[in-house]
Design a protein around this ligand. Sequence first.
Ligand code: NDP
Length: 293
Amino acid sequence: MTQNNIPKSPVSLLGLGAMGAALARTWLAAGHPLTVWNRTPARAEALAAEGAKVADSAAAAVAAGGLVVVCLLDDESVGSALDGVDLVGKDLVNLTTTTPAQARARASWAEERGARYLDGGIMAVPPMIGVPEAGGYVFYSGSRELFEMRRTVLAVPVGTEYVGEDPGFAALHDVALLSAMYGMFAGVAHAFALVRRADVDPVAFAPLLADFLSAMAPSVHRTAAQLKSGDYTTGVVSNLAMQVAGTPTFLATAEGEGVSAELLRPYFELMRRRLDTGSGQEDLTGVVDLLLR
Ligand code: NDP
């Protein structure tokens, strides 16, 4: 019960890995009746001591409430955990990381079994769960009606960001952001390799790197505006011709400093291909089109 005596809606949660356990604790702390299930029962013991009801099967956990949150390893584990479970009338919220195609297929699968379906992509690590100031959130997509109805309880562990009716969109946004992150990490690895060879103190270098990446990040807004307008020459600060002309400096520096350029080269090749289409006055935005198959 809340302070105003309004009962809090029950939650059934399948999956008590690092993420599931973190989610579970926030619902318990907020006073939501929580039923949990985990394939390995021992992982539920600590939560039982904290007030969760432990179901002895996935089917029993699903039967315990209307809102069923699933946070398992991958799509295959979701399929095996829910195989043969009665989902009629349930609100199934799947926070398991999957591909957009798997999310769409899982949505159809759930709807064929009489459930409403919402897919989620978690943009947080477990220590950020239940810590609003950490800035984590979950992308949601699928049934808008279900999202609106359940958003208060879904917002207990971490922020919510609804991105559309297509059930694949949460996974798409999730993977898009993480892909950008890996691109950034690739650049960071190259930068550290360069200074490491030269014996520059990496701890002294790190704030310079972090501040520069932060200063560059807002350029994504210009890229977005150009993609939307179709005009890649508006607002250009450093044109493609100039940037391609600079790439030998980067490659020669890597070579001269004894660092492999294998992370830089593929991007430079795309820049060159775009330049070769007569796009020297553009920004780097045209590279996006080269990636579309
Ligand atoms: P863990 O590896 O800690 O836990 C995996 C969970 O899946 C466990 O509950 C495990 O059960 C269960 N599981 C695995 N295979 C099966 C199966 N075949 N049948 C039933 N249950 C199964 O992972 P996390 O909790 O960290 O991650 C869960 C989801 O959250 C993943 O999709 C992950 O990508 C996503 N996520 C995780 C983040 C993180 O930083 N941890 C960040 C963002 C998203 P058992 O205990 O029996 O092994």
